[in-house]
Design a protein around this ligand. Structure first.
Ligand SMILES: Cc1ncc(C[n+]2csc(CCOP(=O)(O)OP(=O)(O)O)c2C)c(N)n1
Ligand SMILES: [Mg+2]
Length: 823
């Protein structure tokens, strides 16, 4: 809570009521004839043309899914096709006023939005810009296919390009918009302002907020529209997105030049159904979706319901909402009603609705009513309408013929070494500043920062000149090392923003951010709502737009709240874009201690399991700073694990301690912390220090010389130094604080066995935490691996220690019992 805003009991205890304003429903009432003065004939015909193109495109996919043939050409499309037949006017109306700086994010049902936005972009761009975009996109791969038999204008070519690029993507072709790696539910094309569509219901909710945040903070032109379905209103992350998007601070606390609401339209594409369930009337209680805006902020998010069956009503709404946003009063919420005539997917038996209901809506089908209006208003003749229809059919057929042909549109070859997915799972770049045109905004030079001044008095090493440990209070420790790296990055990259819970004022729950509040304006470091999903989801949107984020989830255990955002969004968009997009997000998570079962688990294995994330876990101040420096200059999503047990750990391994200046520790390289020849101990995270103690005891009491290796990084990981060590010791034990079952150590143990089987005298042995909940701090030594557990395991499984008796039962019978009982 910022001190400048006091909570006055007199105010908050006052009697009163909240007044809500009426929420407008379908207020647009003009006829097309009344609008003819506001639109040119050409514009009105383009609206009709675009609706025909989308309908024809979707009908073609429907034919293929149902009959495996279109215009006599056989084709089996194995992937999904969630069609938007019936919803065309909504998409076309929305796109009408948008330029390429206006970015749309969508759902599994976004083919129509892609085409509508693309067609609108083509209309708005000049030939030179269009050619530049098409030639520059994936080296002109997609253009090359459509260019071959092009006749007509550049805009005609661009329309072929758009329809073919989208279809080739749906058919998983290398020439598609995302190299075929996105597919029907994820296709997108950023140069036209078409941003990722999402197969996770409501997935675009928080991502769009992050995109709008990027525009707001970095003063980029345009607005963001989040197109999500009515059923997504039941998704937690969508609520979190609404909370995050409407935070008071944007309008109350951020400095004048950044004050104002986010440039965002949360547009619920309301077709009144999920797959088959009805949000209004069955699965939600809002009755009218637009009501949701009422609770979010005093502006009620300017919510209203709009008739999406009338493209002109949608255009009118977008025009008015753009004005609200331009005045700094965003975000806004639209409940745009529409109806899908097609099933949810082609396998839909329509068991959940009546034929009569579908027919009622079909009577109002905009593809019949709009042309009738055009004719009635004497804007077009029947012949002109028919020509538009045949033009749409010719365009779609032409694109289909090319996209269905494997010679013309091959698939990516994923079977060769260093294939496209090998190359796009990570972007592996180092980019210091994501925007070289601008200087980072900071409130004071680094050397005047109060924490920097305090740290200047501390020892950079944890050891004195005689190698004796110094008092921790006198040394730079892990939390300080992290702070130094972050401060440096905030002074280097202008787009870098840091946020999470209690990051500002409080200084971060573990004092890592202390000193940053003074150094950074609100729009670069801020507290968020307790919305873990939105913290990560907005970071994804911010990064997709071209920025860099340092996000924090206070405890590792809270990752569960942001599961989709971490595992499906942050991890996957780089490769799902065919390598087009980057995801420079550093997500800090700390493994807790002392706070019991829901605050102390190490979930490194989950993160390492999901392809697309880099995962590091420093255990020393030198590495904390060096790895954070690397992470904050990289272009890949990094889960940056920290351990609360060692935030106050000084540097005891690296001579000279933590360097004052900038340096990087490369990802993937384990560090040897103690040399030895009899046994290798490989650790992850804070367990390092207990392994060092165990190594000392093994040497002193049993004459066993241990080589201790600190993994530092889980993904990527270079096994070479470990294999080299095993070649010497022929034995290895692996230890970490993660629960033993399914721990990443098991993967490492299996890999080491596979890579160095002939070198091993004993099986690699994993010592992790027990497969229990984490008990209270007072008894947690029964849970986490301690030196005694390491020594017991050495004795029991690797090399019998003369005169030693196992302290805690861990023999094979005990391990078999645990496993049989699920422990
Ligand atoms: C998180 C999640 N839950 C469930 C699904 C399965 N699913 C796909 S679409 C859908 C219904 C979505 O309805 P709505 O958001 O209204 O969009 P519409 O399909 O009507 O366009 C469901 C349940 C999913 N893809 N993601
Ligand atoms: Mg729906």
């Amino acid at each position: 809570m910022p001190k400048i805003q006091e909570i006055n009991p007199k105010e908050v205890r006052k009697r009163g009521t909240i007044e809500f304003r009426p929420i407008p429903l379908n207020q647009y009432s003009k006829t097309l004839s009344e609008e003819t003065g506001n639109f040119s004939k050409e514009q009105l015909l383009h609206i009709q043309r675009d609706m025909f193109i989308i309908r024809t495109f979707e009908n073609m996919l429907n034919e293929i899914k149902l009959r495996e043939s279109y215009h006599g050409i056989k084709y089996n499309h194995r992937g999904p096709a969630h069609l938007s037949i019936g919803q065309e006017s909504e998409a076309v109306g929305q796109a009408f006023l948008l330029g390429i700086d206006d970015h749309i994010f969508g759902s599994h049902r976004s083919h129509g939005e892609i085409l509508a936005k693309g067609l609108s972009a083509i209309e708005g761009l000049d030939d030179q810009k269009l050619l530049e975009i098409m030639k520059g996109y994936f080296d002109g791969d997609c253009l090359a296919v459509v260019e071959k038999d092009a006749s007509g204008s550049v805009k005609d070519l661009a329309m072929d390009f758009l329809i073919y690029g989208a279809l080739a993507e749906i058919f998983a072709r290398r020439t598609g918009f995302n190299k075929g790696l996105g597919g029907s539910m994820h296709a997108f094309f950023p140069p036209f302002g078409i941003f990722p569509n999402n197969a996770i219901v409501g997935g675009s909710g928080d991502i769009s907020v992050g995109a709008a945040l990027y525009k707001h903070i970095n003063k980029k032109p345009g607005i963001v529209i989040c197109n999500i379905g009515d059923a997504s209103a039941g998704c937690g992350p969508v609520w979190e997105a609404l909370c995050f998007a409407t935070m008071d601070q944007f309008k109350k606390l951020w400095d004048q030049s950044h004050r104002g609401g986010l440039p965002l339209i949360m547009n619920f594409v309301n077709n009144f159904y999920g797959m088959g369930a009805q949000p209004s009337g069955e699965t939600m209680g809002f009755e009218v979706l637009a009501r949701l805006g009422a609770g979010m902020n005093p502006d009620q998010m300017h919510a209203e319901r709009v008739d999406g069956f009338n493209p002109l009503a949608v255009i009118d709404a977008i025009r008015r909402k753009k004005e609200v946003i331009a005045a700094g009063d965003g975000p806004v919420l639209l409940d745009t009603i529409t109806y899908r005539f097609s099933g949810h997917s082609p396998s839909d038996a329509s068991a959940y609705r009546t034929k009569e209901e579908v027919e009622m809506w079909q009577e109002l089908d905009p593809l019949k009513t709009f042309p009738a209006e055009l004719i009635k208003a004497k804007v077009a003749t029947q012949k002109e309408i028919d020509n538009l229809q045949s033009h749409a059919e010719a365009l779609v057929l032409k694109a289909f013929k090319k996209a269905a042909d494997l010679e013309i549109s091959p698939r990516v070859d994923l079977k060769k070494t260093n294939c496209l997915l090998d190359r796009t799972m990570n972007s592996n770049q180092t980019i210091e500043s994501m925007d070289t045109q601008r200087q980072p905004e900071v409130l004071m030079p680094k050397d005047q920062n109060p924490r920097v001044r305090l740290l200047a008095k501390r020892s950079r090493s944890g050891l004195d000149e005689n190698g004796k440990p110094l008092s921790k209070q006198k040394c730079i420790c892990i939390r300080d090392a992290l702070f130094e790296a972050m401060l440096d990055a905030f002074n280097t990259g202008p787009t870098l923003v840091g946020y999470g819970e209690e990051n500002r004022d409080w200084g971060g729950a573990f004092a890592v951010y202390r000193g940053l509040t003074e150094a950074l304006p609100y729009h670069r470091l801020f507290n968020t709502s307790i919305s873990e999903a939105a913290i990560v989801g907005t970071a994804v949107g911010y990064a997709l737009e071209g920025g860099r984020v340092l996000a924090e989830l206070m405890y590792c255990d809270f990752m569960g709240r942001a599961g989709d955002e971490i595992f499906n969004q942050m991890a996957k968009w780089q490769s799902m874009s065919g390598g087009l997009l980057k995801m420079p997000i550093v997500l800090r998570v700390s493994v807790g201690s002392k706070y019991g079962a829901q605050h102390s688990q190490d979930w490194t294995s989950m993160c390492s399991h999901v392809p697309g994330l880099k995962v590091v876990f420093p255990a020393t101040p030198y590495d904390a700073k060096g790895l954070m420096n690397t992470a904050l200059r990289g272009t890949d999503p990094v889960i940056f694990f920290e351990s609360q047990r060692i935030y106050d750990q000084p540097e005891i391994f690296v001579e000279g301690g933590v360097p004052e200046g900038f340096y990087e520790v490369p990802f993937g390289e384990p560090a040897i912390r103690r040399k030895g020849g009899d046994l290798t101990i490989l650790t992850i995270g804070a367990t390092l220090y207990r392994a060092m103690d165990a190594a000392e005891t093994l040497k002193k009491d049993h004459g066993l010389s241990c080589e201790v290796i600190d993994a530092r990084s889980l993904v990527p990981f270079n096994y070479q130094p470990v294999i080299d060590s095993v070649r010497k010791t022929h034995k290895i034990l692996l230890a970490s604080d993660a629960c033993e079952r399914g721990s990443f150590l098991q993967t490492m143990a299996a890999k080491i066995t596979q890579l160095a089987f002939n070198e091993l005298d004993a099986p690699p042995v994993v010592v992790g935490a027990r497969n229990w909940i984490t008990p209270a701090d007072e008894v947690e030594d029964a849970f986490f691996p301690y030196p005694v557990d390491i020594i017991d395991a050495v004795h029991e499984y690797i090399v019998p220690l003369a005169g030693y008796t196992t302290v805690r039962p861990c023999d094979t019978a005990e391990l078999m019992r645990r496993s049989a009982e699920g422990l």
